[in-house]
Write a protein that binds this ligand. Structure first.
Ligand code: RAM
Length: 330
């Protein structure tokens, strides 16, 4: 009996040693910064994907502040840990590329989502939505709030953020169209996805532009901070805030009247989809070539374009009629 048990243990032990397949694949979700509700929601979806995939562990990480340096340090330590994949929302399209290239040379699959890395630093980029559509949405929501004329300013995240910079360029293209000629973009400022800095930048705009009618903030951190500043400074009705926000953080600001409408896609689905995509690379089902179809589990699938990018979903608009209902989710 004892001998049998020993043999059994020996067999089990050697099986464990020769079958590394039993170990979970580690997929790191590297976000712009920790403490951002948008990324916490994305992580919720990422963990859901890990559960569904079974042999996957998602490591949620990011720097305290949204800097490329902080993310580079994290990527270097993930290389040392020999993770299977890195899913990153980058604080800079270029600065991250060298360390991510090193990761790929060592067999780590790298995809960017949300805020992209330049093409040679990742295998695919999952965009939240069509960038042109987001740019257009930002402008039409502004027009809905203030009408056809007035000074508007943009309060962005960091100056190097890939996603915000693309959306701002797209919004500028829309503003250049004849239909929007009455809307005058007077300034673009950066709150670095920090609540206090975004709040101070909003106050700075009130001072510098006494005729300002709207702040467009294409960042969940910035839009909530700007709306709070409008409320605190008793500017409700004079200055409207719009942009990309989380219903849970914006419901109070819609109620106060500082915000008429704002938009966002589902951040939980976004994090889920990004991890599902990464797992397709880990299992070798896709390699990131243009034209490939990447399956995203319950969210569906996307086809990679010529730059190995793909958009996920359309932004959804929130206002007084629906914001409370969605505030429960994200
Ligand atoms: C912030 C981040 C993120 C962006 C959202 C809309 O949370 O900057 O990258 O996608 O806003």
């Amino acid at each position: 009996m004892k001998k049998q048990l020993k043999t059994l243990l020996a067999v089990a032990l050697s099986a464990a040693l020769v079958s590394p397949v039993l170990a979970a694949d580690k997929i790191a979700l590297v976000v712009k910064s920790l403490g951002n509700g948008f990324f916490d929601a994305a992580n919720q979806g990422a963990q859901e994907a890990a559960k569904e995939l079974k042999n996957v562990e998602v490591i949620y990480t990011g720097p305290a502040k949204a800097t490329a340096e902080g993310q580079i340090e994290i990527v270097n330590s993930l290389i040392a840990q020999k993770v299977s994949a890195i899913v990153i929302s980058a604080n800079d399209p270029d600065a991250l590329a060298p360390s991510l290239k090193r990761a790929m040379e060592r067999g780590i699959k790298v995809i960017s989502f949300d805020s992209g890395v330049r093409k040679d630093g990742r295998m695919m980029q999952l965009n939240a939505s069509s960038n042109a559509l987001i740019g257009e949405k930002l402008v039409t929501m502004t027009q809905d709030a203030i009408g056809n004329t007035g000074e508007v300013a943009i309060l962005s995240a960091t100056a190097q953020a890939t996603n915000q910079n693309i959306w701002i360029e797209e919004a500028k293209k829309v503003l250049a169209q004849p239909a929007y000629k009455g809307l005058k973009l007077v300034s673009v400022v950066y709150g670095d996805d920090q609540t206090d800095k975004s709040y101070r930048e909003a106050q700075g705009l009130f001072k510098s532009y006494p005729n300002l009618k709207a702040i467009i903030a294409p960042t969940t951190v910035g839009v909530a901070a700007a709306a709070k500043a409008v409320q605190d400074e008793k500017m409700v009705g004079k200055i409207y805030v719009t942009g990309l926000g989380l219903p849970s953080e914006m419901a109070g600001h819609v109620k106060s009247g500082a915000v008429k409408s704002f938009a966002i896609w589902n951040p939980i689905d976004f994090g889920y989809a990004a991890v599902m995509a990464a797992s397709q690379f880990v299992s070798g089902k896709v390699t990131g070539k243009p034209g490939e179809v990447v399956s995203l589990g319950r969210v569906g699938s996307v086809t990679l374009d010529a730059n190995s990018e793909a958009p996920m979903a359309k932004p959804f608009t929130y206002d007084a009629s629906n914001v409370e209902k969605f505030a429960k989710f994200f």
